[in-house]
Design a protein around this ligand. Sequence first.
Ligand code: ADP
Ligand code: MG
Length: 540
Amino acid sequence: MQKENILELRNITKTFGDFVAVDSVDFELQAGEIHAILGENGAGKSTLMNLIYGLYQPSDGRIYVTDREGWRRRLRAKSPRDAIVSGIGMVHQHFMLVESLTVAENIALSLGQVRRGSAGNPSENGAYKKALGKFRFKKEDAIHITEALSEQFGLTVDPGALVRTLSVGLKQRVEILKALAVDARILILDEPTAVLSPQEVEGFFTILRKLQADGRAIIFISHKMKEVLNISDRITVLRRGKKVYLGPTGELTARGLAREMIGEEINEVERSVWVGLPNPYESDPPDSVLQLSNLTVLGSRNEIAVSDISMATRRGEIVGIAGVDGNGQRELAEAIMGLRHSESGTVNILGTDPKGTKAVRQRGVGYIPEDRQTTGVIASFSVTENLLLNVTHLENTARWNVLNQRRKQNTAEQLIADYDIRPPIGGIPAAALSGGNQQKIVLAREISLHPDLLIAVNPTRGLDVNAARYVHENLLAQRNQSKSVLLISTELDEVLLLSDRLFVMSRGKLIEATAQRNDIEALGLLMTGQTHKDFGGNGC
Ligand code: ADP
Ligand code: MG
């Protein structure tokens, strides 16, 4: 039976500068369904949802919504308030709660927002109609609404508790309650299970089923295959901003979905053309550059982010670590760089055990951090100063002492030209440049020193095609000069293209997957948290 669509996206495109994040996407949400959106990191899932929720406006295309009175009309949401008034609620990857207020106060805030924004009463029915009809919300009303909704959907939480004191799982409940309090009939949940433990996920799914039974439609975003197969009625797969698949859950197996998610653009032939030179390590005895032994690192919530990892990188190779965001990659890179304390195990660089990030850098390590805009550049410093930051750090080493001011200037100008940093003016503050150009500063600075070991985390994220290609060429040049590169990236294509040896990082564990490099489906499954044995691996 064809159900009624309550939300329709027609040919939606969203560009950021030259970058197309969402590309001519059609999407339909049926009344009462749980519709999963599956896609790798960067596929455009969050952007698409932010377009529906009014946080972004589409560059092209139209959105239609069936309003509370049952009329299909065009949605032109200029802000989330417009979306909320149309019955759309969203729970973001990063919560949007006021930490210093109580649960009930947060819910009152959200109710107040809608009242100010809507022409009339947004709710036609429900336990909280009476409260909504009032001119001002009293705290008791918010408490009453919270309690009624908590009970109806099993979203148990203490209305009087300060949000700051709640666990992540409970904060998520408050976000859902906020959406329900304004009677959202379309709920967008952006990677809701990413912050939950396996036990919490069970309870969370029970809540989702109650919401569905109550007639609400849910968009469930995830890159975890098992969850999607478990909870959804239909699945849409996005890849690089495009919709590549839509079908009922069960039509495709996990392998088939992984293939849709990841595509199969890269093959060995293309790779050998790229790399050009033979791997020097095949003729020379390999030298270990980075040696990790039983490394365990805690994350910022004191969870185990990196779990007992042992591996080595050698001269003349790029070691790639693939995986979806949030599986310990950031913590691993930070621990190697001396930016994060290791709980146990060792990080050995060229036979030494440097303490602190300065010592690590002086040992000859370059670092392209994940979060370049906040940790990569100093916004108030000029472009030139940023480009020469390492030179300044290393001033007391003989190598840089000989550089006079003029030569530094020339170095900076050369880097600006090589990396096509725009505008090509060394004297302006880095803050004046676009994000992509700020990234180029970091890349230029870190790569140009030709460090013995280069740690690159998502080095091409947000770059245009030409800039990304230039970075790839430089990483390969490092390798071909017998340097060692550790490439940590959520772009599987990039890791496959560049890596001599391949690992997948999932839930803090590192799994060698060099033998699976041509089996996209197997890699996809490893990345979505399944082990070789879960899918009867390929000779491993
Ligand atoms: P997903 O949620 O599927 O991981 P996103 O929608 O967050 O993906 O991002 C899709 C792509 O758009 C990524 O390459 C990301 O870097 C880019 N992107 C997202 N938001 C912005 C923005 N505000 N400016 C520039 N690029 C962006
Ligand atoms: Mg996202």
